[in-house]
Design a protein around this ligand. Structure first.
Ligand SMILES: Nc1ncnc2c1ncn2[C@@H]1O[C@H](COP(=O)(O)OP(=O)(O)OP(=O)(O)O)[C@@H](O)[C@H]1O
Ligand SMILES: [Mg+2]
Length: 383
């Protein structure tokens, strides 16, 4: 028993010496290749066993013959374990090199190309992570590209939309200046209407840029949707009367919501103007509001005959207008030839979506019989 304890002590001392050397070597090699560290671990194991064996032999616990046998066995085991460690090191290094090469493909046009050799568990997880990052990068690039394209398109459209009425305004101002306008008061009325329309467009652009910059600061207050709808309907009445469209707001529940009333009235106003413009004379535009679990859903239904299925997903895009809306139409009674009319800039619904989403709500549209229905869902006020 005592011998056994002494053997353990000598073997421990020998192994500790080798262990300390190994610890030093691993520390010194920590910035070098992982293969070297792996090899080092194998060398330490061999050294620990060998030094322990020699320490035990020195203390005369082993005969010369036994020591020879042990050294032969140790020698063979050492060769095999060092070779195995070298092989493992090579494998790890090759895997990590393959992954480094693959990492260069992250974010490339062709997407991430995973290494075609089998990888260890950790490297395989890293490879999966890189593939996911690459996919996210590609997605956000595509989004940025689409956003850039839509901004360029919007600037082109807005410039076009501004050029036509400005040319009209200049022609009318010149005619007034030269005294060739036979009915100057009609020219003045049209100039004022045009200026108002342009002011509205600039106002919309400003609102949209505030929304897109995240600079929309909402002053929330608890109001009943009944009052919001009432205000919006009052604002839309003159246009509806002019167009011969009937406004219906009978199905509005007095549900409380916590919103910025000015902004939501603007949302409802945009939806109502669109609905009235799209509904033929004698048609009906109906506004309703209902509670759905923890949301209050406001809807504006018109008689536009339905929006083509492929356009439904695009109506909320900034600057998007239906093909009919690109041909300027004129408000009845406006008269004249300025080319002005109710063709908008395609900003109204983008503003609707921006404002509603700033309220943590959702804006959507679907077709109904004879028309379409725009819905905004706002979180219901608590308590
Ligand atoms: N209620 C509706 N019924 C049918 N089509 C609609 C309706 N509302 C919008 N649309 C279609 O969606 C397009 C985009 O609407 P949006 O309000 O964003 O722009 P706009 O009305 O053309 O211009 P703006 O609102 O800037 O004056 C419209 O041009 C129209 O084609
Ligand atoms: Mg509009």
């Amino acid at each position: 028993m005592k011998d056994l304890l002494l053997i353990a002590l000598f073997a421990g001392l020998g192994a500790t010496g080798a262990g300390l050397l190994g610890w030093l070597a691993v520390r010194l090699l920590r910035r070098r290749s992982m293969a070297l560290s792996l090899f080092c671990v194998a060398v330490v194991t061999v050294l620990a066993v060998t030094s322990g064996t020699f320490a035990v032999a020195q203390a005369m616990f082993l005969s010369g013959h036994d020591l020879g046998v042990v050294i032969t066995v140790l020698g063979m085991a050492s060769v095999v374990s060092l070779l195995t460690a070298a092989l493992l090191g090579r494998q790890v290094v090759a895997g990590s090199r393959a992954l480094t090469a693959a990492a260069r493909t992250v974010g490339s046009d062709t997407g991430f190309t995973a290494p075609d050799r089998p990888l260890g568990l950790e490297l395989a997880q890293l490879s999966e992570e890189l593939a996911a990052t690459s996919a996210r990068l590609a997605e956000s690039r595509a989004r940025t590209r689409a956003l850039d394209a839509s901004r360029r398109e919007l600037i082109a459209w807005i410039s076009h939309d501004l050029r036509t009425p400005l040319a009209g305004l200049r022609a009318m101002a010149e005619a007034l200046e030269d005294g060739v306008a036979d009915r100057p008061e009609q020219y003045l009325r049209r100039i004022r209407a045009e200026v108002e329309r342009l002011t509205g467009m600039v106002d919309d652009l400003f609102e949209l840029s505030r929304i897109q910059a995240g600079a929309l600061s909402l002053s929330l207050s608890r109001v009943s949707v009944y009052d919001l709808v009432d205000d919006a309907l009052a604002g839309a009445h003159p246009l509806a009367r002019q167009r011969g469209v009937r406004l219906e707001g009978g199905q509005v529940a007095a549900e409380p919501v916590e919103v910025d009333s000015r902004e939501i009235t603007r949302v409802l106003g945009n939806l109502l103007v669109n609905a009235i413009r799209s509904t033929p004379e004698d048609g009906v535009v109906a506004v309703s509001a209902r509670r759905e679990v923890d949301e209050v859903v406001l809807s504006v239904t018109d008689g536009c005959g339905g929006i083509p299925e492929q356009d439904l997903a695009r109506v909320f895009e900034t600057g998007w207008r239906g093909s009919a809306a690109r041909t300027p139409r004129r408000d009845p009674g406006e008269g004249g030839d300025s080319g002005a009319g109710d063709s908008g800039a395609g900003l109204g619904l983008a503003i609707v979506r921006g404002i509603v989403e700033a309220h943590a709500g959702r804006a959507r549209v679907h077709n109904v019989t004879g028309g379409c229905c725009f819905e905004i869902a706002l979180p219901a006020a608590r308590g």
